[in-house]
Design a protein around this ligand. Structure first.
Ligand SMILES: *Cc1c(COP(=O)(O)O)cnc(C)c1O
Length: 346
């Protein structure tokens, strides 16, 4: 890559092996179920998630939306973390297109809803209330710096859901980051949820696409929901071919991204003016802050990294910044980041 881009793992380009696989992919019309490459990707994904079937979708947002549309109906209640991607960063799809009623709960520093709060968020059987239907969970948890949540939390969510006949969907955009970090088979996490979406286009480097996995019956419904939102993609095998490379070649190596993020956090924490918590860095991203005492504003810091070293970083309105590592970031890039940050802040 020409620039050193720490803004997100979504910026990662497809690998040469992906471009090669894309050029050679056998294809068919996937809306007819006839694209062999899409069918292969869906079967591989389902197997890796421990579910019966998979559905290739254009994006993580489309995966979560089709899951929600297939699981619920207008007027259904959805228990969800108040800083989760599904609630906060998907344009309100569950309410706008699904007519469902989010019931957002706070999460702890790791992205977990309090289990008593979840229990208390379940409505009594009374016509005043929305129907109880869905619990949405996320792993790794983006708003908490990609923290990987242990399976026992999801087991407890599952127990609550079972007691009340609720469905659990996981936004597992970065489930492989969580699994690699926890040194677990992803199925040890996904066994506790009814359905899961994961992204091929983030750390796994595919140009686009996500896969939604669940029971065969659920995926048949989700296939209709995908069509409803315009996600029937015809010769999508061209794209699925890259996703197959993601699943076969790009999962294990996520450990390198995690090591690079840790290395970066451990370097930045030593620079006066930066507030970093390296102990919370478990996957490929983390948030850090520029202290009030720093000689530059966050916007100036970001601009100077870009001007002086072609290092790109994203920041919002607060003093908080986010760094994300991926396949196209090497240890030398991390070292350059630390060196440049130190020079700017001295
Ligand atoms: C990126 C992301 C999504 C959505 O994926 P898109 O492909 O960008 O629509 C969903 N959930 C989480 C946690 C994400 O990080």
């Amino acid at each position: 890559m020409d620039r050193i881009d720490f803004r997100s793992d979504t910026v990662s380009w497809p690998t040469p092996a992906m471009r090669d696989a894309m050029a050679k992919a056998p294809v068919g019309d996937d809306v007819y179920g006839e694209d062999p490459t899409v069918n292969r990707l869906e079967a591989m994904a389902a197997e890796m998630m421990g579910k019966e079937a998979g559905l290739f979708v254009a994006s993580g947002t489309m995966g979560n939306l089709t899951a929600i549309l297939a699981h619920g109906r207008r007027g259904d209640g959805v228990i969800v973390g108040n800083d989760s991607h599904t609630f906060r960063s998907e344009a309100g799809g569950m309410a706008v297109l699904g007519g469902m009623v989010p019931n957002p709960l706070p999460t702890d520093i790791y992205g977990r809803m309090d289990l008593t709060a979840v229990q208390n968020a379940i409505y009594p059987d009374d016509p005043h209330y929305p129907n109880n239907r869905l619990i949405l969970v996320e792993n790794s948890y983006g708003a908490k710096g990609g923290y990987p949540i242990e399976p026992d939390y999801f087991q407890q969510i599952r127990a609550i859901a079972n007691r009340h006949g609720l469905i659990v969907h996981m936004d597992g955009a970065r489930i492989f980051n969580a699994a690699v970090s926890l040194n677990l088979d992803p199925r040890e996490i996904t066994q506790h949820v009814d359905s899961i979406t994961f992204c091929l286009s983030k750390g796994l480097c595919a140009p686009m696409g996500s896969v939604l996995c669940g029971s065969a019956e659920f995926i048949a419904q989700a296939r209709r929901a995908r069509k409803l939102v315009g996600g029937g993609m015809r010769q999508a095998g061209i794209l699925a071919a890259a996703g197959i490379v993601s699943l076969t070649e790009m999962v294990e190596r996520l450990a390198d991204d995690h090591a690079h993020a840790k290395m970066l956090a451990e370097g930045l924490v030593q620079i006066p003016g930066l507030v970093v918590q390296p102990e919370l860095v478990k996957t490929n991203m983390f948030f850090f802050e520029l202290a009030e005492s720093a000689p530059v504003t966050p916007a100036e810091f970001v601009q100077r990294l870009r001007d002086e070293a072609n290092i790109w970083l994203s920041h919002g309105y607060s003093r908080r910044l986010r760094a994300v590592t991926h396949y196209w970031i090497q240890a030398a890039d991390v070292a350059l980041f630390i060196k440049t940050a130190r020079a700017i802040l001295q």
